[in-house]
Design a protein around this ligand. Structure first.
Ligand code: G
Ligand code: G
Ligand code: MN
Ligand code: NA
Length: 251
């Protein structure tokens, strides 16, 4: 209840804000993108994590407005970045229940005059669980718009391989669980991550590894040649202002 109240009109009161976490290109170590991540603060100053308020936004239907506004604002900020950077936005499976999802995203891009290829949308395997015709149709229409689609948290859901077979994704984001505890069993972690990267590349996708926290993980990934890295080692989710500063000063 309290969260629902906090979510209504939250943009106006600046209780809902976007933070940005950098994605680094492995080859040249430059920032290629930021992932937009929502942050909610209540009137009393309490921080509520997305894992708590996103489900409530989904249950109450607020996710449709919040999701559209998230894309609008993420694009608005991305317009101030160098033109070779893109921006990534997470989409909830619930947003795909609306038939106008794709046309809304199209209008947002057109109104902002933002090139569709600079927008990446992240979806999780949960989206595909229901295996609906509609979802597959929406994904191909997004593809036709020129927006790129990433499968987020790859490797943690159900029958991921079947979905890779059936749908065309532009990118795999390898879930950070595969890096957790790396220091204690390096070979095992390296072997599975290497295999996922190979799988992604074989299927024509780019691969981002998430959750990079230490220099030794970074070193291992550098040898494995994924495409992008993301994690606290390169930057935590930060305000749009801090992201702009990071772009000026470099990682
Ligand atoms: O932001 P944090 O690092 O705590 O993210 C926790 C979870 O919340 C992640 O799974 C992330 O994808 C999700 N999340 C963050 N921002 C958004 C958003 O704008 N939309 C949706 N649907 N999920 C988000
Ligand atoms: O599900 P998704 O991948 O969108 O979630 C992003 C979440 O992962 C956010 O909560 C973000 O703060 C968190 N995150 C990003 N980088 C790291 C990292 O290096 N370590 C940990 N533990 N969490 C991270
Ligand atoms: Mn994500
Ligand atoms: Na992710």
């Amino acid at each position: 209840r309290m969260i629902e109240v906090a979510l209504r009109g939250a943009w106006e009161g600046n209780r809902l804000e976007l933070h940005f976490q950098p994605l680094i290109k492995l080859k040249n170590r430059e920032i290629v993108s930021f992932e937009a991540l929502l942050r909610l603060t209540t009137d009393t100053g309490e921080q509520i994590p997305p894992n708590e308020f996103i489900p409530i936004a989904e249950q109450t239907g607020l996710i449709h407005e919040i999701g559209a506004e998230t894309i609008r604002r993420a694009i608005d900020i991305a317009k101030t970045w160098p033109e070779d950077l893109f921006v990534s936005v997470n989409l909830s499976p619930e947003q795909f229940r609306r038939h106008d999802l794709v046309s809304r995203i199209d209008s947002i891009l057109k109104e902002a005059g933002f090139p569709s290829h600079r927008l990446e949308l992240e979806v999780t395997e949960n989206l595909l669980l229901r295996d609906e015709e509609r979802v597959s149709d929406q994904l191909s229409r997004l593809n036709a718009l020129g927006v790129s689609i990433a499968m987020d948290d790859f490797g943690t859901g159900y029958s991921s391989l079947g979905y890779l077979w059936k749908y065309n994704f532009d990118k795999l984001k390898v879930d950070r669980v595969f890096l957790e505890g790396y220091e204690f069993n390096q070979d095992k972690h390296r072997d599975i991550i290497e295999t996922i990267i190979l799988l992604g590349h074989k299927m024509g996708m780019e691969v981002t590894v998430e959750g990079v926290e230490t220099a030794s993980q970074d070193e291992m990934l550098d040898r494995l040649k994924c495409d992008q890295l993301q994690g606290y080692l390169f930057g935590r989710p930060m305000s749009a202002n801090d992201a702009a500063t990071l772009l000026e000063d470099g990682v």
